[in-house]
Ligand binder design. Structure first.
Ligand code: FAD
Length: 420
């Protein structure tokens, strides 16, 4: 079968790879100059790094299998990372029972409730009873209003804004569980990366696909003519395939699909854009990898001190992600305004960082990066085989799992095995 794949992110590339392995012909259409989508890399002041920070967890089995097949599994590295919490105007240790007990500025009952909730979430096996619940309601019913305001409120309100009350409990549970299971023991978090970064995986996929005679064309798809199983590319060229698989955010299909009754199925899905600021510092920000923030003067829920994980990087890299609904206020700020805001946040978190310590700064924006997962999300999704020879899915199809490289690989393999 001759398959046209829309999107050259991890899902499109691994779908192409698995389809080739099954004996199909494939062509991948990618609108950007670089492959990878949310997992793409860029040259940041001489360092080739991810546009958006990436780490792997111990349960990312589909990724590990792919790495073995691509013969790059030996590049996988694991490190014990530490969490921090900027609370009560100081950066404190967080993420293990002793640090939690020592956390300044909160009462013992809140700490115990938070700890029990985290433990319960990690041990809990099924999400059936959570699928209908709202995350905020579920968390508050477990840990109470007070502990929620300390530990959870900023994470929800500064990520989902007006949608915060609509987020599914099953999705939040899965996020807690994924990271919670990536530990050597309760005191030691262990996260993974591939030496050389995610770019190594993307490049190897590209090379392997080309060696297997798959085609990768860097052109966006403008229209899908469903009855003819034909794609209209951005240069107006038309290409017919036996089957088409779309891996781009499904809300975009509303504008791409030419048949109204099919296109309408994708009308009502909400996605948030992400803006990720990347900073290079002269000296380390802290010993922590992930820093949660609860401070009224800092309008982000957390930041990522990447170099504490990526031991192969020589520079001190910090990522500051901002999730915002369409046309959020932050997008109205100039690059300079964003830069000085992020500088001030960084200097608040570590007052020893001075102006002269900021070596480089950049911003990446990814549209439709985060699906807003409402309860019973899967029931609202159109089926993967949406019409005759047209298949469509995106990161939200592996709900309640959050977006993740491994999950995109896993579902790509499933689609090839099941449908193609
Ligand atoms: C801030 C951030 C942090 C993340 N951190 C992690 C992490 O730590 N660990 C982890 O495992 N995952 C992480 N992820 C998620 C991971 O990057 C995604 O799960 C993964 O990239 C999804 O791959 P995908 O192919 O399904 O989708 P995407 O990466 O979105 O790829 C879709 C592709 O389709 C292309 N496209 C869109 N429209 C068209 C069109 N009309 N024609 C042709 N091509 C088109 C896009 O350019 C893109 O390349 C993170 C993501 C973000 C945003």
């Amino acid at each position: 079968m001759d398959i046209g794949i829309i999107g050259g992110g991890p899902m499109g590339l691994s779908l192409g790879y698995y389809a080739l392995r099954k004996g199909h012909d494939i062509t991948i259409y990618e609108k950007d100059e670089v492959l990878g989508g949310m997992s793409a890399s860029f040259n940041f002041d001489g360092d080739i790094i991810e546009k958006y920070y990436h780490f792997f967890c111990k349960t990312d089995y589909a990724l590990f299998e792919l790495l073995k097949e691509l013969d790059i599994h030996h590049l996988l590295r694991w490190h014990n990372t530490k969490m921090g919490f900027y609370y009560k105007k100081k950066l404190q240790d967080f993420g293990d029972p002793i640090s939690l007990l020592r956390l300044d500025g909160t009462d013992l009952i809140s700490k115990i409730r938070y700890a029990l909730f985290s433990l319960y979430s990690i041990k809990k096996k099924s999400w059936n009873d959570l699928d209908e619940k709202y995350a905020i309601y579920w968390i508050k019913s477990f840990i109470g209003e007070k502990a929620y305001n300390i530990f959870w409120d900023k994470l929800m309100s500064l990520k989902f804004y007006e949608y915060q009350n609509e987020i599914s409990a099953a999705w939040i549970w899965q996020r807690i569980k994924r990271v919670g299971l990536s530990r050597d023991n309760i005191f030691k978090e262990s996260l993974g990366y591939v030496e050389g970064g995610v770019k190594v995986i993307i490049d190897t996929l590209e090379k392997t696909i080309k060696q297997m005679k798959g085609k990768i064309i860097h052109k966006g798809v403008k229209k899908i003519l469903v009855d003819d199983s034909t794609l209209v590319l951005e240069d107006e060229n038309k290409v017919k395939h036996d089957a088409i698989v779309s891996t781009i955010p499904i809300n975009l299909l509303y504008h791409l699909i030419d048949k109204e009754n099919i296109a309408n199925k994708y009308k009502d899905f909400t996605y948030l854009d992400v803006m990720c600021v990347v900073i290079k510092l002269k000296k380390p920000l802290s010993k922590h990898f992930w820093i949660n923030i609860n401070d009224d003067e800092i309008k982000i829920p957390g930041l990522i001190h990447y170099t504490t994980l990526r031991k192969d990087l020589k520079s001190n890299i910090v990522y500051i992600p901002f999730y915002l609904p369409k046309d959020g206020d932050i997008f109205k700020l100039s690059k300079e305004e964003i830069k000085s805001m992020c500088k001030s946040y960084t200097m608040k978190i570590n007052p020893k960082i001075k102006d002269k310590d900021f070596l480089a700064f950049d911003i990446n924006i990814y549209k439709n990066a985060q699906s807003v997962y409402k309860p019973r999300h899967l029931y609202h999704l159109p089926s993967i085989r949406v019409y005759k020879n047209l298949y469509a899915l995106d990161t939200s199809y592996y709900y309640p799992e959050d977006r993740g490289f491994s999950e995109s690989v896993k579902i790509a393999k499933y689609v090839v095995d099941r449908y193609l």
